[in-house]
Design a protein around this ligand. Structure first.
Ligand SMILES: *[C@@H]1O[C@H](CO)[C@@H](O)[C@H](O)[C@H]1NC(C)=O
Ligand SMILES: *[C@@H]1O[C@H](CO)[C@@H](O)[C@H](O)[C@H]1NC(C)=O
Ligand SMILES: *[C@@H]1O[C@H](CO)[C@@H](O)[C@H](O)[C@H]1NC(C)=O
Ligand SMILES: *[C@@H]1O[C@H](CO)[C@@H](O)[C@H](O)[C@H]1NC(C)=O
Ligand SMILES: *[C@@H]1O[C@H](CO)[C@@H](O)[C@H](O)[C@H]1NC(C)=O
Ligand SMILES: *[C@@H]1O[C@H](CO)[C@@H](O)[C@H](O)[C@H]1NC(C)=O
Length: 382
């Protein structure tokens, strides 16, 4: 298969003119976004599959739960809007689905590697990255059949040309690292597991390329060691916490993952010469927010706005939006007064305020390799 692919693309190279270079100043005019990932960019997938995201999720923007694990919009929402596109609809959500400008295959709790357990056993989404890619392939072929045969779908599905002109965005990996107990593994084992994970990541991207995808925008994973749920799950001694209060061993694993991911993107540029790849250093952006939150106008970094108990206002027994019984009285775990003063919304995910700040950092390419803005991400590195 690898050989066939290499051969096939060799032929293409001879017949297709060179893509525009990064120095070209023309905006890309992306007509659609196809997104793959986990809760960081889930706009309603898991919520449509199982039970809906509860109140008070969504309160700061949608004024109601909107399938997103935040009080408001996610970076992917802000990215879509900044490109003049509507919010992405979750592929798995059949109510009011409108995919004319893209689709979102991300579901919360997704991993790169299939976890071999059910959602009810361990809580991981059955839609691991390989499954998301199958769904995308099916979406592409079947949507075109419908588009061409029945008039009503012309207003609900993308045009065929959109698939090659679309932006393909990826943000996944951190759940693989928490699914396994990586901080207790030897470095040799960690590097083995990371290699397997990242091989599957590469295969997913190559699959999209073989199906015509040409513009890829890849987020690396954030400093999960700064999130309340990680800090709460495995309490570490003070000498293993950094100045921001983040768990050093966890963040080291995240950085190991990112180092390999970055090398893979470099290799992909060589292997898939017709595509552009933008690698976005979300880790640095988010770590800056956790460590300099005061300077940036936030009051809390690793404490949850919506949570109860524990050292970080987070306990897995009384998560945001759940009903708990305290001293015989039932109550819903609700939000803090001002979510915009917090970096973390529910101890696991970011507030809209944090997402907005993160989006502002990445949209112009300051944290990207190559350093080109979102709206120019169809251009190859010169
Ligand atoms: C799931 O099972 C397959 C087949 O046995 C195995 O190759 C894979 O590594 C397993 N995944 C994980 C995350 O353990
Ligand atoms: C779907 O969304 C697009 C873009 O926002 C819009 O032009 C189209 O009319 C919508 N389709 C329907 C059936 O409303
Ligand atoms: C990791 O290993 C340490 C030392 O052996 C042990 O105390 C700790 O419980 C382990 N952590 C987990 C989550 O298994
Ligand atoms: C770690 O790697 C060693 C050597 O390959 C292997 O024997 C051991 O089973 C691995 N441990 C885990 C937890 O994967
Ligand atoms: C529950 O009751 C105990 C004992 O009366 C009291 O100390 C505690 O503050 C109460 N907790 C809450 C959350 O009301
Ligand atoms: C913890 O979360 C609750 C909401 O459940 C909120 O009212 C409170 O302000 C938060 N506390 C801190 C110290 O962040």
């Amino acid at each position: 298969m690898a050989f066939v692919t290499a051969f096939y693309f060799g032929i293409l190279l001879l017949t297709v003119s060179n893509p525009t270079s990064a120095s070209s100043s023309k905006e890309c005019d992306f007509p659609a976004i196809f997104n793959f990932g986990d809760s960081i960019s889930d706009t309603g997938g898991l919520s449509a599959m199982y039970t809906p995201v509860p109140w008070p999720y969504g309160i700061s923007y949608f004024r109601m739960p909107a399938g997103r694990y935040s009080d408001g919009r996610l970076p992917i929402d802000l990215m879509a809007n900044s490109l003049g596109l509507p919010f992405l609809h979750a592929y798995i959500d059949s109510i009011r689905a409108n995919f004319s400008h893209g689709a979102n295959f991300a579901t919360s709790a997704s991993t790169i590697r299939a976890q071999n357990t059910t959602f009810f056993q361990e809580g991981w989404s059955p839609f691991s990255l390989d499954v998301q890619i199958w769904q995308y392939n099916q979406f592409k072929s079947r949507s075109q059949l419908a588009y061409n045969q029945e008039g009503v779908f012309e207003k609900l599905l993308p045009k065929e040309e959109y698939f090659s002109r679309a932006l393909y965005t990826f943000d996944i990996g951190s759940n693989d690292l928490t699914a396994a107990n990586y901080i207790n593994m030897s470095r040799v084992n960690v590097s083995y597991a990371l290699t397997d994970m990242l091989n599957q990541y590469t295969a997913a991207i190559k699959d999209v390329y073989e199906n015509g995808g040409r513009s890829f925008w890849i987020h690396n994973i954030g400093p999960l060691g700064c999130h309340a749920y990680i800090l709460d799950a495995i309490p570490l001694p003070d000498d293993q916490l950094d100045q921001a209060g983040c768990a050093i061993p966890w963040n080291n694993v995240m950085m190991d993952f990112n180092r390999i991911l970055k090398a893979i993107v470099v290799q992909l540029r060589k292997d898939l010469p017709l595509a552009s790849f933008t690698y976005v250093d979300m880790y640095t952006v988010k770590y800056t927010l956790f460590s300099q939150y005061k300077k940036l106008g936030f009051e809390h970094n690793i404490r949850a706005c919506c949570g109860r108990g524990g050292k970080y206002n987070y306990s897995r027994l009384s998560r945001c939006g759940t009903t708990t019984v305290v001293n015989g009285t039932e109550s819903i775990v609700g939000p803090c007064k001002d979510p915009s003063a917090y970096v973390l919304w529910d101890g696991i995910h970011h507030t809209q305020a944090a997402n907005e700040w993160v989006f502002k950092q990445i949209v112009d390419g300051k944290y990207s390799d190559p350093p080109i803005p979102l709206r120019m991400a169809c251009h190859k590195q010169a």
